[in-house]
Design a protein around this ligand. Structure first.
Ligand code: AMP
Length: 270
């Protein structure tokens, strides 16, 4: 893979990269479409990365429909799929630690200990193999975008990160590979997440952040089979709690719906 891509680089081609864990949906394909628009050669990776799962059951039940993923990538005109095995990516007992500062302890970091160490570990390896000019990540994982940008800055990596908007189902549910685990009933309950975020965007007032946060939490907690983990109105640059001076504001939520953990967010002020 490295050698092949080196040759393309030497021919002056710009390489675009879309890392995924597969079970592809339109959200993933929208990242690929961005890459195809902005670069000459688009590489997509599918790798369910064990080191970023803090719950072994979650790793075990993560969907892996590789045949249909390959078809989707072919239909979408993806140039290269990189689908390595775990043994190709990791030696045994590999150590990795990158000082991500507060990002590791806030929100997702707090609820998924070790998750971002696993994410940076695998994305670093993937960047090293693919050496992309541009890498495309979804706003769906907003905190992940901040984490990857921090890694790029800390390690002086020569890749430009492009954040792409969240694709939603018609009823507002953010597309996610995990949605297939939702029962029909839970899928309806899950709509409270996007509904609350949209309500907040329409009713936002930067003098009322604390009470709006409480109202949003209560809306979500009132929904049956939804267990709220966090709801925060935050500064989009560092994920600190927002106040009325904050320029870039994003609202972020995580909740378990039935047994499925979902995340969503909305940019409230950019
Ligand atoms: P995953 O396979 O869940 O690791 O996601 C791979 C990439 O697709 C990440 O950069 C995600 O942020 C992005 N992604 C996931 N869901 C969506 C969505 N609904 N809209 C846009 N991008 C998404």
């Amino acid at each position: 893979m490295s050698k092949y891509l080196d040759e393309l680089h030497n021919d002056g081609k710009a390489i675009g990269f879309v890392p995924t864990m597969g079970a592809l949906h339109q959200g993933h394909l929208s990242l690929l479409a961005q890459s195809q628009q902005q670069t000459d050669v688009s590489v997509c990776s599918i790798f369910v990365n064990p080191t970023q799962f803090n719950d072994p059951k979650d790793l075990e039940k993560y969907p892996r429909p590789i045949e249909s993923d390959i078809k989707k990538l072919e239909q979408a005109g993806c140039d290269i799929l990189f689908n390595p095995g775990v043994n190709e990516m990791y030696a045994s007992n590999e150590q990795w630690h990158l000082d991500l500062g507060e990002l590791e302890h806030l929100l997702e970091g707090k609820f998924r200990p070790g998750h971002y160490q696993g994410v940076t570990q695998v994305v670093f390896k993937l960047f090293d193999i693919v050496k992309p000019d541009l890498a495309f990540f979804g706003q769906k994982d907003f905190q992940q975008v901040l984490v990857i940008q921090k890694m790029i800055d800390l390690l002086h990596l020569e890749v430009k990160l492009v954040m792409c908007p969240i694709l939603r189902e018609n009823d507002g549910l953010a597309m996610s590979s995990r949605n297939i685990h939702l029962s029909a009933e839970d899928r309806q309950h899950a709509l409270v997440l996007s509904r609350t975020l949209s309500w907040l965007r329409q009713n936002f007032d930067d003098g009322q952040i604390a009470s709006l946060t409480e109202q949003c939490k209560n809306m979500i907690k009132a929904e049956p089979s939804v267990q709220l983990e966090y709801f925060e109105i935050a500064n989009g640059e560092n994920l600190h709690k927002a106040n009325n001076d904050t320029k870039q504001i994003v609202a972020l939520v995580a909740a378990k719906v039935g047994n499925t953990r979902l995340i969503d967010n909305m940019i409230i002020r950019s």
